[in-house]
Ligand binder design. Structure first.
Ligand SMILES: N[C@@H](CCC(=O)N[C@@H](CS)C(=O)NCC(=O)O)C(=O)O
Length: 329
């Protein structure tokens, strides 16, 4: 674990001294957008036109943020248009590395040993964390964007003219409501589990872990009568929640101490999670071995022995019976 300072790698862990034990996630720095015609998107500059074979995605199969982008690449039929490199699950003194084994790949673009080398190629003076996902432009030789929330929005429609896909996970009439729910789920669930797990004071941990479960309880109620978060329409809000839920019982309950309840204990969230997992293509994007091995072996301050628990027994293929709700709605 570490970061780049003016293009030079330093092996340092998150500093929580100035925030009374609270973990604060830094903002992503590359914020350009791929658009259908290359005009600028909501932030950054233009020049990134949707083209087959031009872009490359760097991901970790362990990372919930990167997982979002793999899901959208799959659902929006972008696999033949956008290539992928997969880092090794262990993130230690060199940060994310390419090992080319056990489900990870080499760096298909540069043959780099570590992801920080790719950041330095984009900006020789980059200072900041070296995170996945990274969306790379082979044509201009730079990082287009390293913020998953924005990458999935690009994938949702920028390439539709090339793929013919009509699926829209951010429909115009729901945008306001999706944004509002995303904000709560991001703060208290997606990032909430990290704020609980990376807390270094009892107070910071307790504050955040209660908020995780307040939101999960609220979502469980919402899903009592609704198949997905917005009725029978699958939206990006569901996929953003999914990548945290699918990791929850395997790592967040134990490793991040989010153990008030398990997802399996929730009447509706448990079936909802299986429903999403069983959407064609999604199981292929989910790698529980990478997930467990990354968290338990990379965060030495939380789990110094690096021992990976054997359980729990997870079976996301069990029936979920949530189709009934869609009919009732
Ligand atoms: N806001 C970013 C967060 C990405 C992120 O924090 N990824 C983690 C892996 S789950 C990472 O690469 N961390 C490395 C580090 O912080 O040094 C996004 O959603 O794309």
């Amino acid at each position: 674990m570490g970061m780049l300072v003016n293009g030079v790698w330093h092996d340092i862990w998150y500093d929580t001294k100035e925030t009374k034990g609270h973990f604060k996630r830094a903002d992503s720095q590359f914020r350009n957008w791929i658009t259908a015609d290359g005009t600028p998107g909501p932030s950054g500059t233009g020049g990134f036109k949707a083209e087959a074979g031009r872009y490359h995605l760097y991901v970790s199969l362990a990372c919930p943020w990167a997982h979002r982008t793999l899901i959208f690449r799959k659902l929006k039929r972008l696999e033949n248009l956008i290539s992928v490199s997969i880092v090794d699950p262990l993130m230690l003194e060199n940060g994310w590395e390419f090992k080319g084994k056990d489900g990870g790949t080499i760096d298909h673009i540069f043959g780099a040993k570590a992801l920080f080398e790719v950041y330095v190629k984009a900006d020789a003076h980059y200072s900041g964390r070296v995170t996945v996902p990274v969306l790379w432009d082979k044509q201009t030789g730079t990082i287009v964007n390293n913020e998953s929330a924005e990458i999935i929005r690009m994938f949702n429609n920028a390439f539709d003219g090339l793929t013919g896909s009509k699926d829209d996970f951010y429909p115009m009439d729901l945008r306001g409501e999706i944004d509002a729910l995303n904000a709560v789920v991001y703060d208290t669930v997606n990032n909430g589990v990290y704020k609980s797990g990376f807390a270094t004071t009892q107070e910071a941990y307790e504050h955040n872990v209660h908020r995780v479960f307040e939101t999960l309880d609220m979502l469980d109620k919402r899903l009592e009568t609704s198949r997905y978060l917005f009725g029978d329409r699958l939206t990006e809000a569901d996929w953003r929640l999914f990548t945290t839920l699918v990791r929850f019982d395997a790592v967040y309950v134990g490793h991040f101490k989010c153990n008030i309840r398990r997802i399996e204990d929730y009447r509706n969230l448990a079936g909802y999670l299986r429903d999403l997992y069983q959407v064609p293509g999604i199981a292929e994007t989910t790698n529980v071995t990478h997930i467990k091995s990354h968290y338990y072996r990379s965060h030495k301050t939380i789990n110094p022995t690096g021992i990976v628990p054997v359980g729990p027994d997870l079976d996301f293929d069990r029936p979920h019976a949530r189709q009934q709700l869609a009919k009732a709605a």
